[in-house]
Write a protein that binds this ligand. Structure first.
Ligand SMILES: O=P(O)(O)OC[C@H]1O[C@H](OP(=O)(O)OP(=O)(O)O)[C@H](O)[C@@H]1O
Ligand SMILES: NC(=O)CC[C@H](N)C(=O)O
Ligand code: SF4
Ligand SMILES: [Mg+2]
Length: 511
């Protein structure tokens, strides 16, 4: 499986003295924390203020730490900026698709960074080209940048109305996107009305003082795909951007401009915390439920990130507990396929009372996913990533928990490895339901045929991969584990996309 992208936006407070915070370095730290979301390319764009005729930018291929040398970071001057770390879903790996995207508009430079995939990209592309606008890439994210560079159909008075432009974009494309948009001295954070991809707001705080955010003056404000980035930046989580919400960060603070519900619109004002304070719940409740990607909980996000008021780690642990209830095994030890499955394996162990013991040593220098062209390379890729802890395994009946099976690239060779190292039995327990349908919303889940769960009937999968038994968590079990810890302010409704599991896409696909 491939990850989603990671986005960052950062604005310094007007009162922050020069030289106290280096924005480019803050964004860099945030991107390093979001590295698990994309490993193909990354970029940072900074602005030196509303009077500037251009933005400063640096982009490159590969991992964040390798791209942004001291020399490059020193060139990124300015008190606000955007960052992006990419896994391509549209337009391929070509360097022209590396984000953030930038264009010069009638009102100065504009930059955008996008996590997700526009489900109606083809139609939007055609509409933009029909207006005589040329596009320079095949990326869906360029379409967003182009649409925002034009006035909305209702027109504008003397100045551009960025809230109205973004609202028009949201109305034109229902999902899937979390965006950061920089223009003049503002950064806008936007989640699509289904809230399919994550985005949260943080306060950049002075370091080494008491942990009382309300009493201290923030040094600035940040957007991030995941809250795990805030700790690395010395920021604290304020809240998530709500589905359909447009939030503005400026040197003066955080302001909620609008929430575009599914399907009607309200216009809330915001209080001192940037929270919308007059949400029209009736209108929001009338629409279909939100569709936050449930796989953020299962696999994509870092375990210390918080979504919907709960830490991802706790959800994964509850998935493991639920799996132990649904598919118990008589065994000697419970173990994990490091890393993202570890909380689920611990949950399985706690629920079953069977001890948790590590059986695989993971090479920390091998990245998350390893897509190799042929079977031999794939098997060797597993050997490259994992070594067996044979003394923990010898003669034992092992339950091996993984968070998900996509192509089955990992599971088969690992079972072989454990047996060769002396395991007596290997039982596979998967802490998510079978993946049967492709994703069109920003995650590269392959075609139906490539998905292991579609290759054999469930009863035959264990012998197909060489396990003594194999069982998945049920869809209801996953939903229960996710819903149990949700804590939301303002009674905003919740809902999760489970399309890759049950084929129920949040919107009608146009093809
Ligand atoms: O069935 P497959 O096609 O092999 O894909 C599933 C595996 O890929 C992921 O791990 P990954 O190595 O990407 O990341 P991790 O180290 O965070 O677990 C996931 O956690 C599974 O282990
Ligand atoms: N993984 C993502 O979120 C990708 C964003 C965008 N569709 C791109 O391909 O650049
Ligand atoms: S189809 Fe699956 S991976 Fe894609 S958004 Fe929905 S839950 Fe997430
Ligand atoms: Mg894994």
């Amino acid at each position: 499986m491939r990850e989603a992208c990671g986005v960052i936006g950062c604005v310094l407070a007007r009162s922050t003295p020069d030289g106290v915070v280096n924005v480019a370095r803050m964004i860099y730290l945030g991107l390093v924390a979001l590295q698990h979301r994309g490993q193909e390319s990354a970029g940072i764009v900074t602005s030196e203020g509303p009077a500037s005729t251009h933005f400063n930018y640096q982009k490159g291929d590969g991992l964040v730490a390798a791209i942004f040398t001291d020399e490059k970071l020193n060139k990124l001057k300015g008190d606000m900026g955007l960052g992006h770390t990419r896994y391509s879903t549209a337009g391929g790996r070509d360097p022209t698709n590396t984000q953030p995207f930038m264009v010069h508009t009638r009102h100065g430079p504009l930059a955008t960074a996008h996590n997700g995939e526009l489900i109606n990209a083809m139609a939007l592309r055609k509409a933009i080209m029909d207006r005589g606008v040329g596009l320079s890439t095949l990326s869906d994210s360029e379409l967003i940048t182009q649409m925002l560079s034009q006035a909305p159909p209702r027109g504008e008075k003397a100045k551009p109305d960025w809230g109205a432009r973004i609202r028009h974009l949201i109305e034109a494309t229902p999902t899937a996107y979390s965006l950061v948009v920089m223009q003049e001295d503002k950064i806008y954070g936007v989640r699509d009305p289904f809230g399919n991809r994550p985005l949260c707001i943080g306060r950049l705080m002075p370091l080494g003082t008491a942990n009382d955010d309300e009493q201290r003056k923030p040094l600035g404000w940040v957007f991030s795909s995941e809250s795990c980035a805030f700790q690395s930046m010395g920021a604290t989580l304020m809240r998530e951007v709500y589905p359909g919400e447009i939030v503005e960060l400026s040197p003066d603070g955080v302001r909620s401009l609008d929430i575009v519900p599914r399907p009607k619109r309200t216009a809330p004002h915001s209080n001192a915390h940037g929270d919308p304070d007059d949400i029209d719940h009736e209108t929001i409740l009338l629409g279909p439920p939100p569709a936050f990607c449930i796989f953020e909980y299962v696999y994509f996000a870092r375990a210390d990130s918080v979504f919907e008021g709960q830490q991802v780690y706790s959800v994964r642990q509850r998935c493991g507990r639920q799996l132990a209830i649904e598919s118990p095994v008589d065994a000697d030890i419970i173990s994990t396929v490091p890393e993202s499955a570890t909380p689920a394996a611990l949950g399985f162990s706690l629920e079953s009372g069977i001890p948790y013991i590590e059986v695989l040593c993971k090479n920390r220098y091998v990245g998350r996913s390893f897509i190799q062209p042929d079977t031999r390379s794939r098997k060797l890729a597993v050997a490259k990533k994992f070594g067996a802890l044979s003394e923990n395994l010898m003669g034992r009946r092992v339950v091996l928990v993984d968070d998900s099976i996509v192509r089955g690239t990992t599971v088969g060779p690992i079972i072989q490895l454990l047996r060769q190292a002396g395991a007596k039995e290997v039982h596979i327990r998967v802490a998510s339901p079978p993946l049967k349908h492709p994703c069109y919303m920003g995650i590269n889940i392959p075609t139906r045929g490539e998905l292991l769960a579609n290759q054999k009937p469930l009863e035959e999968l264990a012998s197909h991969v060489g396990a003594d038994s194999l069982a998945y968590l049920s869809i209801e079990g996953l939903r229960k584990a996710v819903r149990q810890g949700i804590v939301l302010k303002n009674n905003i409704p919740t809902g999760h996309c489970t399309a890759c599991l049950d084929g129920n896409y949040p919107v009608n696909l146009e093809w």
